[in-house]
Design a protein around this ligand. Structure first.
Ligand code: D5M
Ligand code: FE
Ligand code: ZN
Length: 483
């Protein structure tokens, strides 16, 4: 039976993990259940994971139960939730917290890169020009048109003619690929996985590239909440920093207590809650609070007056008290216990659903590698960097430069699901845009310019709050700096 279910998925073009097959075997009619799931996942790309399947099966059961309950409440009439003060229904879809298996061994690294490669391969294979790819080790004996998939392990420029040569590697081989300076090629990042279409001469150990291929990305059809729900995004508070903007923060919390503000049902905080200790040299000169626990206790005090019904989701960033290697797990118990209200602590990155609307949150540390790696990107235009991330289906394409990565056996930084909302922080900017059906957000900061940022010419845009109405998909930005 298990093989049959597996083949059913394969026939429809889905790659499925073994634990999904095991899970489905527990249903009375597993093949039927599998068909039902495939129908609902028609727009899904990548590997079908157990979390995804469980989410679908649980959600369907929950919806049916809710409908029944609502019918009984209002005698068969359609039930409408009252506006305001509604509770957000939050589901975690993907999060490393509690699932880390890596010990940093050589084997872990090998598995990690294989996972990155294997996850991207089926997405790239959807492009018709990559239908007949070959393993790189077989290229040596080939000539004429060739196509293959591999990881960029080196980028260099030829001395005289200034062409670009990239080394492309798969599990079994490696080959240089020439990108002629006379042709336009979109920039490549080190360690990213990409498709190559080119020409090869017999016995010449180089491929002349005609085209680089990234996973296709069609326009996304975003989900909306069936009940009123607004979510605010608040990043990079940096509590403890001497430039923390407390007056503006208090203004924001006061607004949350107005009739308009109370329509917010959830605040998502994608990292750098505190400024931390020893994050960069001589940081203590810029700190108001010198103890990490005291910094979190101060966060707890600052959120005290946020209305009770507003759910808070907190993820860590590179200044927070968890391992710096991404994916980062959620804040540890000794920090959590400093908060006396209920908070949903999640990892970084994290995929979650709020009232059925899928949000990918990522603090954004990899911006520090992507921005210098791609000509034209800048700290003042984070949304462009987010588009480059989506294009590569990877939150941190370059390994081990400024972005520390933990070699987990499954690549948590791979974007297997296109979110409805993609939110980042880190660059202390505020921006909002709809892109291919996805709401892109960079969620500002509550820290004024530091001397480090002055040296780096980083001009923060603080105290802005992006707000998304999940029922309509409308997104706005509220300013608490100049009001
Ligand atoms: O990051 C605050 C700002 O500083 C943000 O714009 C990124 C930038 N930043 C942080 N670290 C680096 C490095 N190593 N190189 C270049 N730019 C950087 P925060 O994470 O809040 O300190
Ligand atoms: Fe920050
Ligand atoms: Zn940061």
């Amino acid at each position: 039976m298990n093989n049959k279910i597996y083949n059913d998925f394969l026939e429809e073009g889905f790659l499925v993990q073994q634990d999904v097959i095991d899970y489905l075997s527990g249903f009375s009619d597993p093949r039927n259940k599998a068909q039902e799931i495939m129908k609902r996942l028609a727009n899904e790309d990548g590997v079908i994971t157990l979390t995804l399947v469980k989410d679908l099966t649980d959600h369907a059961a929950e919806e049916a139960q809710k409908k029944e309950l609502q019918k009984s409440k209002v005698g068969g009439e359609e039930y409408v939730e009252p506006e305001g003060l509604v509770n957000a229904d939050i589901n975690i879809i993907k999060d490393i917290t509690g699932c880390s298996t890596c010990r940093g061994t050589v084997e872990d690294f090998a598995n990690y890169f294989t996972s990155r490669f294997e996850m991207l391969k089926p997405l790239l294979k959807r492009d018709k020009e990559l239908k007949r790819t070959v393993q790189i080790s077989r290229l040596r004996k080939m000539e004429g048109d060739v196509s293959f998939i591999g990881m960029v392990t080196e980028i260099r420029t030829t001395k005289k003619k200034k062409h670009t040569i990239v080394e492309i590697e798969d599990r079994y081989g490696k080959i240089p690929v020439l990108l002629s300076k006379d042709k336009f090629f979109e920039p490549l990042l080190l360690d990213e996985v990409v498709g190559i279409v080119g020409r090869k001469q017999f016995r010449k150990d180089i491929v002349y590239c005609n085209k680089l291929i990234w996973p296709p990305m069609k326009k996304h059809n975003p989900s909306v909440s069936s009940t009123p729900m607004r979510v605010a995004f608040v990043s990079d508070m940096h509590v403890g920093s001497s430039t923390f903007l407390e007056r503006e923060w208090v203004r924001f919390v006061k607004w949350l207590n107005t009739a308009e503000g109370k329509k917010i049902g959830c605040i998502v905080m994608p990292g750098d809650l505190v400024d931390g200790i020893g994050v960069y040299p001589n940081q203590e000169e810029e700190l108001e609070i010198l103890d990490i626990y005291d910094q979190y206790s101060e966060v707890a005090r600052l959120i005290e007056d946020i209305p009770e019904h507003i759910k808070l989701v907190m993820a860590p960033g590179n200044h927070d008290a968890v391992r710096p290697a991404e994916p980062q797990p959620s804040l540890p118990p000794e920090i959590r216990e400093l908060f006396d209200r209920e908070i949903l602590f999640v990892g970084n990155p994290c995929t979650l659903k709020i009232n059925g609307v899928e949000i990918l949150l990522y603090h954004g540390k990899s911006f520090d590698d992507i921005i210098p790696g791609i000509p034209g990107l800048s700290y003042g235009n984070p949304l462009q960097t987010m588009k480059e991330i989506l294009k590569r289906r990877h939150l941190a394409p370059t390994y081990g430069n400024k972005t520390p990565l933990a070699p987990e056996s499954v690549d948590y930084m791979f974007i297997d699901r296109i979110p409805d909302i993609f939110v980042t922080g880190h660059v202390h900017y505020a921006a909002l845009e709809k892109y291919k059906g996805i709401t892109l957000i960079n969620a500002s900061t509550w820290e004024g310019q530091t001397s480090f940022q002055r040296k780096m010419s980083i001009d923060p845009v603080p105290c802005k709050v992006p707000i998304v109405d999940l029922a309509t998909g409308n997104a706005t930005m509220k300013d608490f700096l100049n009001t």
